[in-house]
Design a protein around this ligand. Structure first.
Ligand code: ATP
Ligand code: MG
Length: 223
């Protein structure tokens, strides 16, 4: 057996087809502002991918997170996308998506989902949210339609419910399941505050993300 020619049985047309080709791909949509991405996001994404045996986690970087924009200035979408790409660093089963940036304007999950469903019709999509986001699902754009269209995966997030072990819940009328993930008490707000006050963010986000924060001089002004 040479390295060039592995010792495999000859394949017929039928045996050459991948076994899973009949199954729809299952992809978890993980949307966020990611300003910046941090280890909480990474651990959530990997734990959900692994627990639910998903083919992929698609990280959707919000173009204009309309529920947040009145509170503070959001970093440019392209910089946030670059930080997500840097955080993922080619990790298997993880993809950064610029779909909401390309769609432009305010980012609405239902519009994104409609777009993805027509672009990739053979895929089953699940929506991944932390406990804080889950409790607000009814405030999302066209929430009734979104609730009919997608199953939600709710992950626990420290500080978001009385009993951390219980995780979060979605409002009535949503199809959802909980997935327990290692509890990581880290937020982008916390990282921005640390940078603004000259404190360390080492190990709270991958070094490649910290490099972009440094180079782009992000978060130096408290806001
Ligand atoms: P910010 O503090 O700016 O709101 P964030 O840390 O909450 O940032 P987002 O981009 O708002 O990050 O969150 C994207 C998604 O990730 C949301 O569904 C949120 O609930 C989830 N998430 C973020 N951090 C964690 C964490 N530490 N544990 C579990 N879920 C998280
Ligand atoms: Mg948040």
């Amino acid at each position: 057996m040479s390295l060039e020619e592995p010792d495999r049985p000859p394949q017929t047309a039928s045996s050459a087809a991948p076994a899973q080709s009949q199954q729809p791909r299952r992809i978890g949509l993980f949307g966020g502002t990611f300003d910046p991405p941090h280890i909480g996001h990474l651990i959530v994404a990997e734990a959900v991918r692994d627990t639910l045996h998903l083919d992929e986690i698609r990280w959707i970087v919000a173009n204009d997170p309309w529920q947040k924009t009145s509170d503070r200035r959001i970093s440019d979408a392209d910089v946030r996308l670059a930080m997500v790409r840097a955080a993922l660093d080619g990790a298997p089963g993880m993809e950064a998506s610029d779909v909401e940036i390309r769609l432009g304007g305010a980012s609405y999950s239902i519009v994104t989902l409609e777009h993805l469903r027509s672009a990739e019709p053979d895929t089953e999509w699940l929506l991944i949210v932390g406990a804080d986001a889950a409790s607000g699902l009814d405030t999302w754009h066209r929430a009734d339609e979104l609730a009919d269209m997608v199953e939600v995966v709710v992950v626990n997030r420290p500080g978001e419910c009385d009993d951390n072990d219980a995780g979060g819940t979605a409002p009535p009328g949503w199809r959802w399941q909980p997935v327990e993930v290692p509890a990581i008490g880290v937020s982008s707000t916390d990282l921005r505050r640390r940078v603004a006050t000259g404190r360390s963010i080492r190990f709270l986000t991958p070094a490649a993300v910290a490099d972009i924060i440094d180079t782009e001089q992000l978060y130096r002004q408290p806001r």
